[in-house]
Write a protein that binds this ligand. Structure first.
Ligand code: SAH
Length: 255
């Protein structure tokens, strides 16, 4: 009799234990399965390693910055895939390799205390990278013509590191980036995230002597080149195409 009671008790405990394990497994599968479906199987570290292997990421400071800035905080859609992703309002977050090229091309201007303008700041990913590279004494302005994206990018950075906003180093403003942002000029570097038919003259005007502008140039339906304009210390400009942009499904300035 006692034996039967003990056996029943043991079986009951075993059933409860197995049931608990099954429920926990289902919960974990639900949680991580959802995360996997949203983010894919990668990680920011793996993405950065791939960009290093392809020879796109080279300098330590840029590698460190891209490791510190998790793309999953700036887009929910396959953040660790090397492709642009829609962020709403017909805008996209650029592909990670484009972020990497941009940071490498501007790295020697992204120094402590520098002033940077990011035109068409979109998700805010690159703007946050700029802020990390210029440090708390630097100034970074992201100018975006869609109010919803100004709000969204501010929220993204707040989740990433609220200090970047509260220490006054980084801010997003609403405006037509073709006109730059005169209030913060001159800039040591200006980056344009949307393509233009020709180099916007106001942006060249707002570059400091020794400053650098990066902008994808090419009219719709034509070849596009990431174009670098250097304003020399004597004020003269030097312009050259640095990268064929033809495979980028890039937003046009004003759209
Ligand atoms: N570097 C951004 C790229 C966003 S796509 C990122 O990786 O997230 C280009 C952005 O330029 C879009 O957000 C679009 O709304 C913005 N844009 C287009 N024309 C603009 C203009 N005239 N002034 C300011 N922003 C503009």
């Amino acid at each position: 009799m006692i034996d039967t009671v003990l056996k029943d008790d043991w079986e009951l405990k075993q059933t409860i234990a197995l049931g608990t394990v099954a429920v926990v497994c289902l919960m974990l599968c639900g949680l991580f399965g959802h995360r996997w479906a949203m983010h894919g199987s990668g990680s920011q570290r793996r993405l950065v390693e791939q960009l290093q292997k392809r020879g796109i990421l080279k300098s330590e400071r840029v590698i460190f910055t891209m490791l510190a800035t998790d793309r999953a905080l700036y887009t929910d859609r396959s953040p660790y895939t090397d492709a642009p992703q829609p962020i709403g309002h017909k805008a996209t977050i650029s592909a990670p390799h484009m972020h990497a090229y941009t940071l490498e091309l501007l790295a020697d201007k992204l120094t402590d205390g520098a002033s940077i303008l990011d035109v068409g700041s979109g998700s805010g990913f690159l703007t946050a990278c700029f802020a990390r590279m210029v440090g708390s004494t630097g100034r970074v302005v992201g100018v975006e013509h869609l109010w919803r994206l100004v709000q969204r990018s501010t929220e993204n950075v707040r989740r990433d590191d609220p200090n970047l906003l509260s220490n006054g180093c980084l801010r997003f403003v609403l405006g037509d980036g073709v006109l730059g942002w005169a209030e913060g000029a001159p800039y040591d570097a200006i980056h344009v995230g949307a393509a233009a038919c020709k180099v916007p003259p106001k942006l060249v005007e707002q570059l400091s002597h020794g400053g650098r502008l990066l902008v994808p140039i090419g009219c719709p339906g034509r070849a596009q080149w990431l174009t670098q304009v250097d304003k020399k210390p004597d004020g003269n400009e030097e312009t050259h195409a640095v990268l064929n942009h033809a495979d980028q499904n890039i937003t046009f300035i004003g759209s």
